[in-house]
Design a protein around this ligand. Structure first.
Ligand code: CDP
Ligand code: CDP
Length: 211
């Protein structure tokens, strides 16, 4: 297999997939794309337009109009952006508009993380990881992250409830639902820190590539 190396990483919120994807990309010497940012930026554009992120027409128009600078916005994290992202993400026109960009990004090798990378975006990726962890662990991680960033932080119970609702929406939507690809390796990070998760992922990759 002499194709450029592509690694697909999927999983629910705060499973550690973004941190892992970033570190793997450095290790493998390929670029990294956090595809969640695309949906977050589309959600923000819809809110800017004063429209409802669940409105398919408004969401699709925002996805078609997306420009790279949108990904550098400083308001893409937090509960409002989380909810808007998950709403636009269930619109098929939005997913279709973002698909080509993601595939082109991966053309000469890349690590992509999201929800549908192994199943839809890069079904032929040489390595697929499905990163997961228990809901309480993930909610605690997100709570700590928000606390570290400062400002107004929702309490733990609120974060956990919103996360559970977003996971459920991502898993049960008709368009590209969150699920492990048939050929994905499952990596449960509930009791692993980020370096331990990286070590496991490296071992899986070496085994998959036979190196
Ligand atoms: O960081 P976190 O896992 O909380 O979220 P994210 O990866 O930035 O994704 C935000 C939302 O975008 C998710 O809840 C999904 O609804 C959507 N998303 C998606 O549908 N497909 C992707 N490949 C990436 C994100
Ligand atoms: O991208 P995703 O939403 O799946 O999670 P993340 O942003 O990579 O990680 C959420 C938080 O969990 C970060 O603060 C990480 O430092 C921490 N963490 C991790 O990434 N990996 C672990 N195995 C354990 C914790």
């Amino acid at each position: 297999d002499d194709r450029p190396l592509t690694v697909a990483i999927d999983g629910p919120a705060a499973s550690g997939k973004g941190t892992l994807a970033k570190r793997l990309a450095v290790l493998l010497g390929v670029p990294h794309l956090d595809t969640g940012l695309l949906y977050r930026a589309v959600g923000r554009r819809v809110l800017d337009d004063g429209a409802d992120p669940a409105d398919a027409e408004a969401a699709t128009a925002a996805a078609v109009a997306l420009v790279p600078a949108d990904l550098g916005r400083s308001d893409l994290r937090g509960p409002v952006a989380d909810a808007a992202a998950a709403k636009v993400a269930s619109v098929p026109g939005v997913r279709a508009a973002l698909l080509e960009f993601q595939r082109r990004f991966a053309q000469s090798g890349a690590v992509l993380d999201g929800r549908d990378i192994g199943t839809v975006v890069l079904p032929d990726a040489q390595v697929k990881l499905f990163v997961t962890a228990g809901l309480d662990v993930r909610a605690r991680r997100r709570h700590q992250e928000l606390m570290a960033r400062g400002g107004n932080v929702p309490d733990f119970e609120m974060i956990r409830a919103e996360m559970a609702a977003r996971d459920e929406a991502d898993r049960t939507r008709a368009a590209a639902p969150l699920r492990p690809a048939d050929d994905a390796a499952i990596l449960d990070t509930s009791s692993l820190d980020a370096s331990e998760a990286l070590a496991r992922a490296e071992a899986i990759i070496r085994w998959k590539l036979g190196v």
